[in-house]
Design a protein around this ligand. Structure first.
Ligand SMILES: [Zn+2]
Ligand SMILES: [Zn+2]
Length: 196
C-alpha cells in the first residue's frame, strides 16, 4: 500500500484536476533511486520506492504528470511521453510539492536529458546553466572520441586452420561459431578496425 503522504498528493491533485484517481501500487527496493510506471489502460500508477525520500516524491509526481496529462502525441509512430506538454505539468507539480529547482534539474535531467530543454523554456532557475554545461560536456566527449582506424583494408576472407582454431589468413582474426559456418558456406569479406 502507498504511504499516506503519497495517497494525499494523488487524491489532492486528481481532485483539483477533476480526474479519477489511479489505482496505486507501491513496493520498496533497497537501492536509493525510485522508478515508476503509469498504465492508463489499466488505470494504475506503480512505484518502486527506493530509500531516498526526495526521489520517491519526484518519481510519484513524474508518474502523476503522466496520469494527469493529455494522451501523448505520436511522432513517426512513437508516443512522445516526455514532451513540452508533459513537462509543463511535471515541473509545476515538482515545484508545488517542494522539489527544489536544482534537484529537479539534476534528477530529471539525469534521467531524461531532453528535460533540460523544457526546463529552460519553462524558466526553471539554473536550467540555462545546466543545459549549457551538458552541451559543453557532450562537445568535449565528441572531441575526445578517437575515430576508428582501418587496421586491415577490406578483403575477401581466407579461412585457415590454426591448431584448434580457424582464422582469416589475411587479417589474422579468429572466426568461430555461426559466423564461421556462414563464411564456410558462402564466403565473405572483412575489414579490421581499431577499437577507437
Ligand atoms: Zn515518464
Ligand atoms: Zn580477415
Amino acid at each position: 500500500m502507498a504511504p499516506s503522504w503519497a495517497r494525499e498528493i494523488v487524491r489532492g491533485e486528481c481532485g483539483a484536476a477533476g480526474v479519477a484517481e489511479p489505482a496505486m501500487r507501491w513496493r520498496h527496493a533497497r537501492r536509493s533511486a525510485s522508478s515508476g510506471v503509469t498504465r492508463r489502460s489499466a488505470g494504475s500508477i506503480s512505484v518502486t520506492a527506493g530509500t531516498d525520500p526526495l526521489d520517491q516524491r519526484l518519481t510519484l509526481l513524474h508518474e502523476l504528470a503522466h496520469w494527469l496529462g493529455p494522451v501523448p502525441r505520436r511522432r513517426r509512430g512513437r508516443a512522445q511521453h516526455h514532451d513540452a506538454r508533459f513537462y509543463a505539468i511535471a515541473f509545476d507539480l515538482y515545484r508545488r510539492h517542494e522539489i527544489p529547482d536544482p534537484e529537479i534539474l539534476a534528477r530529471e535531467g539525469g534521467r531524461y536529458p531532453s528535460a533540460l530543454r523544457h526546463a529552460r523554456a519553462l524558466g526553471i532557475a539554473g536550467a540555462d546553466a545546466a543545459w549549457l554545461s551538458r552541451r559543453v560536456a557532450l562537445r568535449e566527449l565528441a572531441r575526445n572520441r578517437v575515430p576508428a582506424r582501418v587496421l586491415v583494408a577490406e578483403h575477401k576472407v581466407r579461412l585457415v586452420r590454426d591448431g584448434r582454431w580457424t582464422r582469416c589468413a589475411i587479417c589474422g582474426v579468429r572466426v568461430v561459431g555461426p559466423i564461421l559456418a556462414r563464411l564456410r558456406r558462402r564466403g565473405g569479406r572483412h575489414v579490421l578496425l581499431s577499437a577507437g
